[in-house]
Design a protein around this ligand. Structure first.
Ligand code: ADP
Ligand code: MG
Length: 373
């Protein structure tokens, strides 16, 4: 028999770090500008944004390597910065993995990891067991006697992670953790680190400028621009419902079609575009290359004019009846080749942004012009 409850509510997510109005200005730039952010226990948050947008500064504010000019940071309900509070980095229960790993070159792996333990624990008998346990967790058992220069990049990164995890922090912060690894190693280390963090039950915040990485690894993604959080959302929501044109263009590949919406439909050179919101008036419609469908048809008004084959998928470039180029992402097998005529359609509902001040929308640089140059 089912238990009948008068109310069923999702439990409120447990907030580990709460950031409010956080600001850090340098002489030339406001690196972190009035940021509000909740970081939830057991989840992985990605800070995503272009170089210089303030990601590292935000991490350093959380860890206590920077002091805020305004705003507050709370960890597990305890104020650690701002509003008169200050708790130094080693007492915040926050572990940080630096972009360059910052291992001590003159210490072996065991002593690098032991350095992460609280001072009083460093000499105790429990120390060795703790280090051995952490090394096993990160898959480095048996390498405790090695020095950093005797390890691969991926192994060095695990040592940095082990050192950060050793004291059992409430949150682990990782600054561009995969950027120093070559492409082949990247995907593997990414999976390993994810598994390690999950096994440790860790709450993690990691910084990246790579949107694919953010979407693949994080439970939630905070997109940053000019020191602010522009959008905070789950990966799917970010991709399918970006808050604005800039986020749409930064996350995934985006083409924008300008037109006038009538009752949520825009007539365009791709055919009718159905909008996911009932906008009316001038809009720009976000069209992802995978939204565009092509059907081979000798009587079709569009023509395939180029192709890039990537293996797992491919991009076809199509000249539309009005002369504009569109791109369509297809699977690895297609009966279409450059020169073929085809019909174009966009069979799913699309995100659009109002485009005030112009009936035709603002003319935009055509991102495809270069593709065929
Ligand atoms: P990101 O990690 O996103 O690349 P950063 O947080 O490192 O960005 O930097 C944000 C901005 O703050 C940049 O314009 C950078 O030049 C500036 N900045 C960062 N650290 C300092 C500093 N210690 N002194 C002066 N400017 C800094
Ligand atoms: Mg940085």
């Amino acid at each position: 028999m089912h238990e009948v409850l008068p109310f069923r509510r999702e439990p409120a997510p447990d907030t580990v770090i709460r950031v409010a109005g956080l600001t850090r200005a340098f002489p030339d730039v406001v690196a972190v500008d009035n940021v509000d952010l909740d970081i939830h226990r057991g989840r992985t948050l990605a800070l995503l944004g272009p170089s210089g947008c303030g990601k590292t500064t935000l991490l350093r504010l959380l860890a206590g390597f920077e002091t805020p000019d305004a705003g507050t940071v709370e960890i597990d309900g305890r104020p650690v910065a701002g509003g008169g509070a200050w708790v130094p980095p080693d007492q915040r229960r926050v572990g940080m993995v630096f972009q360059d790993y910052a291992l001590f070159p003159h210490l072996d792996v065991t002593r690098n990891v032991a350095f992460g333990l609280p001072r009083k624990q460093r000499r105790r008998a429990g120390r060795n067991a703790r280090v051995a346990g952490i090394l096993e967790l990160v898959g480095l058992s048996g390498l405790g006697h090695r020095f950093p220069h005797e390890l691969s990049g991926g192994q060095q990164q695990r040592v940095a992670l082990a050192r950060a995890l050793a004291p059992g922090p409430a949150v682990i912060l990782l600054d561009e953790p995969f950027s120093n690894l070559d492409a082949g190693l990247r995907a593997q280390v990414r999976g390993d680190i994810q598994a390690i963090l999950a096994q440790a039950g860790a709450t993690a915040v990691f910084v990246t400028h790579d949107q694919e990485e953010a979407l693949a690894v994080a439970d939630e993604v905070a997109v940053m621009g000019d020191g602010r959080i522009v959008q905070l959302a789950a990966p799917e929501a970010l991709y399918h419902a970006p808050a604005d044109r800039a986020v749409a263009a930064f996350v995934g590949e985006a083409d924008f079609v300008h037109g006038r919406s009538r009752a949520g439909v825009v007539d365009s050179d791709l055919g009718p575009l159905w909008l996911s919101e009932p906008l009316d008036g001038p809009v720009e419609v976000l069209v992802r290359p995978e939204d565009v469908h092509l059907a081979k048809d000798p009587a079709g008004l569009a023509q395939v004019v180029g192709r890039e084959f990537y293996g797992h998928d491919q991009m076809l470039f199509v000249r539309l009846p009005g002369g504009r180029l569109a791109r369509a992402r297809l699977g690895p097998v297609t009966d279409l080749a450059p020169g073929d005529r085809c019909r174009v359609s966009v069979p799913r509902t699309l995100r659009a942004f109002p485009c005030p001040g112009s009936d035709q929308g603002v003319p935009q640089a055509d991102p495809l012009r270069n593709a065929l140059a």
